[in-house]
Design a protein. Structure first.
Length: 74
């Protein structure tokens, strides 16, 4: 189910929104919705990852070990 919200942004922000949306050939409102949805999806993913680490991190580390010193685990 889609919902509609109303937000206020500065003229400068709206002009930037229109510019980027035009580059992507979509209406500004659709682009703003996509950006908001993507941001919320990322936030849910990060929240889930944190939950997983707090719940299973220790068992995972015990089973598979920790990253070797000097390696970039990111």
């Amino acid at each position: 189910m889609a919902r509609e919200i109303r937000i206020e942004i500065s003229d400068e922000a709206y002009e930037a929104l229109e510019r980027v949306a035009a580059e992507k050939h979509v209406p500004a409102e659709d682009y703003a919705g996509r950006v908001l949805d993507a941001d919320l999806t990322r936030a849910r993913f990060v929240e889930g990852a944190r939950s997983f680490v707090s719940e299973h991190g220790q068992a995972f580390a015990e089973r598979f070990g920790r990253p070797a010193a000097g390696t970039d685990a990111a």
